[in-house]
Design a protein around this ligand. Structure first.
Ligand code: FAD
Length: 380
């Protein structure tokens, strides 16, 4: 997901794909002009008398006034519907950029990342209950300076006031991430969306295991926020979630705004959510809300997946997940899904490389060695 090869560089022409509506309006005007032509056709010559002339000019006058009134009325009505069509166009939509305002930009313990909040203008806020906002989705944010766009994941979706919060990383030579970090509160940022990243089904999986690295946690946080964190009293799915997240150092772990709710939910509902954090090393600057005792040191391997799934479980959950000691159901029939998102090297180590042309490729890496098949693994 965060591999540079997935960065979609669209031709500029597509960024400015004009609305089809002005074109339609032009067509309508043109059509009416053509329809109007016969009204100006010279009438056939007649035998005239004074009375006939009066009747003739009277009828012509009424016709012209009538046609004129109709045309005026029609175009006024048209412009009314055009107005509402235009305002509908300002809703957040995939085909049109709309202006949002940067309403917050907060530093994180990792100086390469920021929590950025963008707010849509009131007329642009879509209905958050629209199924199109079913997790997992993202928006394209446009860097106005170089006319380049990148997808980013609203952590908590979109609220009724049009706010979307993002955890965004900047790269040393990266374009849009650095540009976003440089923006100040009040600045205008253009975006379009939603872009459905991956479709979720409340009833499809018994277990969903998410494995992320760095900002690859954002789609998983979005999913968990929608299904568990937002309203723990009304959880629409029976799926049990496990999140295994790794960062290089403590300081690079996600900010408290992300880890706090996850840690609380995993403590309050261990039967619904398990969370394990991994770092390469505990040396270096501290993280404000996570200490060395809260993390495991090392990469995610076969052993760490097994251990994470079995940790504090007296109910042998991991045994059924991994098929250990269970002969009743073949592993590939289990309703378990692994979602993997992060740097390409991590995705390859956990689930094998992507295939050609952005296809999923076969399952390899740790999950391949555990026996999981393509329908049980998705590389975001
Ligand atoms: C669906 C989806 C959702 C996403 N959500 C998020 C999110 O919520 N948060 C987030 O931070 N990211 C997210 N991303 C990643 C994001 O879209 C960008 O890919 C990322 O921010 C990098 O973009 P950039 O323009 O800053 O860097 P780019 O300019 O694209 O550069 C990316 C990398 O390539 C390197 N690079 C750049 N130019 C060169 C060069 N000339 N030679 C060699 N190397 C170079 C950079 O140093 C950097 O390491 C998401 C991606 C997808 C596909």
């Amino acid at each position: 997901m965060f591999r540079p090869s997935l960065i979609i560089r669209r031709p500029h022409a597509r960024l400015y794909q004009p609305s089809h509506r002005p074109h339609l309006q032009l067509q309508l005007r043109h059509a009416h002009a053509q329809q109007g032509r016969p009204a100006y056709k010279p009438l056939p010559p007649r035998q005239s008398s004074r009375m006939t002339n009066w009747l003739y000019f009277g009828a012509l006058w009424f016709t012209m006034v009538g046609v004129g009134s109709w045309v005026t009325y029609y175009f006024n009505e048209e412009s009314g519907s055009k107005k509402s069509a235009t305002s509908r166009d300002t809703l957040l939509r995939p085909m049109h950029f709309i202006p949002a305002s940067l309403s917050a930009s907060e530093e994180c313990s990792d100086p390469d990342t920021r929590l950025i909040t963008l707010t849509l203008p009131p007329g642009a806020v879509p209905d958050p209950k629209d199924p199109i906002f079913n997790p997992i989705w993202s928006v394209w944010i446009k860097d106005d300076d170089i006319m380049t766009e990148r997808p980013y994941t609203p952590l908590e979706g979109i609220d009724e006031r049009g706010r979307m919060k993002f955890w965004i990383k900047k790269y040393e030579k990266g374009e849009v991430g650095r540009w976003l970090h440089s923006k100040k509160v009040g600045n205008r940022i253009e975006l379009r969306g939603p872009l459905s990243t991956w479709l979720w089904d409340d009833n499809k999986w018994d277990e969903v295991v998410m494995i992320s690295g760095g900002t690859g946690i954002t789609p998983f946080y979005q999913l968990l926020h929608a299904k568990l964190l937002k309203d723990p009293t009304n959880v629409p799915t029976k799926t049990r979630f496990t999140l295994l997240h790794s960062s290089r150092r403590l300081v690079e772990l996600p900010p408290a705004a992300i880890l706090g709710p996850l840690l609380s939910a995993s403590k309050a509902h261990p039967d619904r959510l398990r969370l394990s954090l991994f770092v390469d090393s505990t040396e270096g600057p501290a993280h404000p809300s996570v200490g060395a005792s809260d993390v495991q040191v090392g990469r995610i391997t076969t052993g760490t997946i097994e251990r994470a799934l079995s940790s504090d479980s007296g109910r042998s959950w991991w045994r059924s997940l991994l098929g250990v000691g269970s002969h009743s159901e073949p592993l590939e029939d289990k309703k378990i899904l692994f979602l993997v998102c992060g740097p390409e090297s991590m995705i390859t180590a956990i689930a094998g490389p992507y295939g050609r042309n952005f296809s999923q490729g076969v399952v390899g890496g740790v999950l391949g060695s555990l026996g999981y098949k393509n329908h049980q693994v998705w590389k975001l």
